[in-house]
Design a protein around this ligand. Sequence first.
Ligand SMILES: Nc1ncnc2c1ncn2[C@@H]1O[C@H](COP(=O)(O)OP(=O)(O)OP(=O)(O)O)[C@@H](O)[C@H]1O
Ligand code: NI
Length: 388
Amino acid sequence: MSSDPLLRVENLKTQFFTETGTVRAVDGISFEVYEGEIVGLVGESGAGKSVASMSLLRLVESPGEIVGGTIEYKGTTIFDLEEGPDGDLRKHPDMLSEAAMRERIRGREIAVIFQDPMESLNPVFTVGGQLREFIELNRDLSSSTAKAEAIRMLREVGIPDPEQRYEEYPHQFSGGMRQRVLIAMALACEPNLIIADEPTTALDVTVEGQILDLVDDLQERYDTSFIWVTHDMGVVAEICDRVNVMYLGEIVEQAPVDELFYETNHPYTKALLNSMPRPDRTVEELTPIEGVMPEAINPPSGCRFHPRCPDAREVCTRVHPEAREVDRADGHPHRAACVKHDVFDVGYDESVPLEDGADAKPSGGETEAERGSAAGGGHASTDGGESR
Ligand SMILES: Nc1ncnc2c1ncn2[C@@H]1O[C@H](COP(=O)(O)OP(=O)(O)OP(=O)(O)O)[C@@H](O)[C@H]1O
Ligand code: NI
């Protein structure tokens, strides 16, 4: 890719300052989104996907704070720090003001779709009324033009009888139809980038498939870029062009989607793929990832995945790898944060393999439920801790 990215994120760090300590929810992630791409953010519950998404719009709430890195959108600075005269870090003067974020960026340039439409839709107003008002406010249209536009958008996202459904309330819509309304709302201002945080996770598989098809179709027609947050490698396979795999606040692997699936370079990605149901495998053949992801408040030394990694060696307990380019595919880098690759050259080959089992279980053991969520189904269980 030779053109400039639409969004450039470099070394982004977001932390929560809690009574029990600092939660390093997002710990130095770097990635780009180019025009017209669907870029996946995938990882288990607690990996930092939602916090990363909210950081991009500067919507992290106290006790959370973006503490480092750069976020650039179309060459404008959404976030950046500089060193002040006394040596401490302060906001860069080029950084967009809060008012500019509200008036120019959120909704208009970068829109968000959440998992639960009922959080974004007000139950006491009609669906059409809410969509119309949103369009009216954001696009400076008259009420009647905005209404026509709202009905057009409802039709655009595949809602049958849009004139009639316009008058209905959110509870009269099925989960899938409500999610379509949110997609309509996200598209209403024709943003260049839509951040979708697990918008299909609560839907059954058939409806999920329909929504993914719709997004694929809309993406092509509007040429909108997407950041698609999910814990589901199946969803990634279906709609993403490129993928970032997150583990404990870090991006451990980044590659175009086919490359990630067929030339997997990080043991965590491999584990995620092995835990994914596939038509050519029976349920018995699924291998849940060993152990559970540790707390972001006190991450393991060295490579954060080493306590659960089948390939871990002694060196992995000491060396903390940052993602490096290990290959290229379709003009994009394939980055991986695993010292078994030659580019790291820290003596992995000579290092002693960690004894299986001794270090492979988290302290306190694991429960069946935790194993279940390690296999990729655990979004709902931690919703209470989300910053949204
Ligand atoms: N308001 C908060 N206060 C303290 N810690 C928080 C807060 N919000 C999130 N965290 C922590 O930040 C880390 C990342 O959380 P995040 O919600 O981004 O994970 P996620 O990858 O989106 O997971 P899920 O798939 O469950 O949505 C977790 O350790 C979480 O506990
Ligand atoms: Ni989340």
